[in-house]
Ligand binder design. Structure first.
Ligand code: SAM
Length: 246
């Protein structure tokens, strides 16, 4: 029921603002007050800074858009684009954000010679195309199931001259066996990490490695940690397959 909390917070802020300003008479003033109350509630609940901001801006943005009186198809288009790149934010709790340049360089250094790599959730393909350029010896299988992001990744792949050892496919990495890879790279969110670990242990080949950008596997200590300088991307965590040589 995690999705209920933001709804309740917004509804509470709407009602609280209504006590002071009538929305039908002064919609802009009501919306601004609602945003301030919503942001204050988000702070009181110790939500992370980006959620405080989105709570504060949500209703003011809706009221502003209403006043702009845009045609209905623009909202439909915006919804389609959001789903096209962000469907996994809803279904997997994994939005689209990208590995930093530093993470990409470090990862390229870590990959064994002639390795086969699964990039599980390749987003818009920036990382995968960079890796293909930096490590042409590595065979890369890049999977993405948000079709808008996958399309962008295919465009990058085509613009990079269609590297032969890089495959960019539109499919879920849960439905793919992880048995044929030397390395599985993930940059997802805390939510799927326990399932990622179970799949790696069940299917990964002995001697293979799981590399996660920033997100830990609860209660499983990584075998190696490679620090990164980023404020949000702090380290690459590496686990060796438990049934392989260490
Ligand atoms: C945080 S982004 C990372 C993108 C890229 N790997 C990088 O490091 O720059 C995670 C991506 O995983 C994708 N994703 C999440 N669950 C997925 C699944 N089950 N199958 C395929 N892709 C998935 C999301 O759509 C998103 O594009």
């Amino acid at each position: 029921m995690k999705w209920l909390r933001p709804l309740l917070l917004q509804a509470l802020a709407c009602v609280a603002a209504w006590l002071f300003v009538a929305p039908a008479l002064m919609p802009a003033a009501w919306a601004i007050l609602q945003g301030m109350i919503a942001a204050a509630l988000a702070i009181a609940h110790r939500l992370p800074p980006w959620q405080r901001l989105t709570h504060g801006l949500f209703v003011p943005a809706v009221v502003l858009m209403q006043q702009l009186a845009l045609p209905g198809w623009i909202y439909l288009l915006a919804l389609l684009l959001t789903v096209a790149v962000g469907r996994n934010a809803l279904s997997e709790r994994v939005p689209l954000y990208r590995s930093s340049g530093e993470a990409s360089r470090r990862l390229a250094q870590l990959l064994p010679e002639d390795a086969s790599l699964l990039e599980a959730g390749c987003g818009d393909g920036r990382l995968t195309v960079q890796l293909a350029a930096q490590r042409p010896d590595v065979k890369i299988d890049a999977l993405e199931n948000a079709w808008g992001s996958w399309l962008l990744a295919r465009l990058r792949w085509a613009r990079a001259g269609r590297p032969l050892r890089l495959q960019v496919r539109c499919r879920s990495f849960w439905g793919q066996s992880w048995a044929n890879y030397d390395v599985v790279y993930v940059f997802l969110s805390p939510e799927p990490m326990p399932r990622v670990w179970r799949k790696f242990v069940a299917e990964g080949r002995p001697g293979s490695k799981l590399i996660s950008n920033t997100f830990v596997v609860p209660d499983v200590k990584p075998d190696e940690r490679v620090p990164l300088d980023g404020a949000l991307q702090k380290e690459l965590l590496i686990w060796h397959h438990p049934h392989g040589p260490h």
